[in-house]
Design a protein around this ligand. Structure first.
Ligand code: ADE
Length: 251
């Protein structure tokens, strides 16, 4: 038996297909959240939805670790692409996480977590490697999932996998002005989401390994509100399941 692994997504569409991989799952509700416990590729797994945003993600992560005794946490979902070349349909595996809306300046440097003395939260090295391998497998499979017309209508090209910094904050970034400001303030950032850095902070507090894999649903620009829901329904749900299945096989 492998480790007890938690799988978290913000939204139902990101987790629905993962749950179909766990036929023996049973449901429990704690703190207003549903937790599905079961098995996947020989691992004990608990899967749940955090809801959107840092507080929801942090509370969920605390329950996963303290109540459900998760030993590793994987977040799978979508994110907005920030860096040049991080396009819709690509996958970003986080190797570090920053809360882009944390600002206690001038008391502490901008983005630093007060009292913790760090800005960039780490990802677990093994989880990151395994998620990257799994993501590389998933992107090769996209052209088989959708026909050429659908791929073109979603603006999907030949997708690639990136590894690097993911930044999180309690905002859906959906304007050119805002994503340019983020790029200027955090030039290393590949993608923006609303949960990863919060989950990373709680995992670090408890000494639990964390990995995050995010499919790019939009470019966090003026079109983001249109691209995001379309991508979520048509692509993200399949990607998540494919990546998680492969990753748990590798772990
Ligand atoms: N998740 C997916 N797209 C996002 C965006 N543009 N901003 C924040 N979180 C996101």
């Amino acid at each position: 038996m492998g480790q007890h692994i938690a799988i978290v997504s913000a939204l139902h569409a990101e987790l629905a297909e993962v749950l179909t991989l766990m036929p023996d799952e049973h449901k429990r509700t704690v703190g207003g959240r549903t937790f599905w416990s079961g098995h996947l590729h020989g691992h004990e797994v608990v899967a749940t939805l955090s809801g959107m945003g840092k507080v929801a993600a942090a509370a969920t992560t605390t329950l996963l670790i303290d109540h459900f005794k998760a030993e590793q946490v994987i977040f799978t979902g979508v994110a907005g692409g920030l860096a040049l070349g991080v396009e819709v349909g690509d996958v970003v595996v986080g190797n570090g996480f920053v809360q882009h809306d944390m600002d206690v300046s001038p008391l502490f440097p901008r983005f630093e977590l007060p009292g913790q003395g760090i800005t960039r939260l780490p990802a677990d090295g093994v989880l990151t490697q395994v998620l990257k391998e799994a993501a590389e497998d998933a992107v090769t499979w996209l052209p088989k999932l959708l026909d050429a017309t659908t791929l073109a209508s979603l603006g999907l090209h030949r997708p690639s996998v990136h590894q690097g910094l993911i930044v999180s904050g309690d905002r859906f970034v959906s304007s050119n002005t805002e994503c340019e400001a983020l790029r200027a303030a955090l030039p290393e950032a590949l993608a923006v989401d609303m949960e990863s850095a919060a989950v990373a902070q709680v995992c670090r507090d408890f000494g639990v390994g964390f990995g995050a894999v995010r499919t790019i649903s939009d470019r966090a620009d003026n079109e983001a509100h249109v691209d995001f829901p379309r991508f979520l329904e048509q692509v993200a749900r399949h990607y998540s399941a494919r990546i998680i299945r492969k990753a748990l096989n590798l772990l």
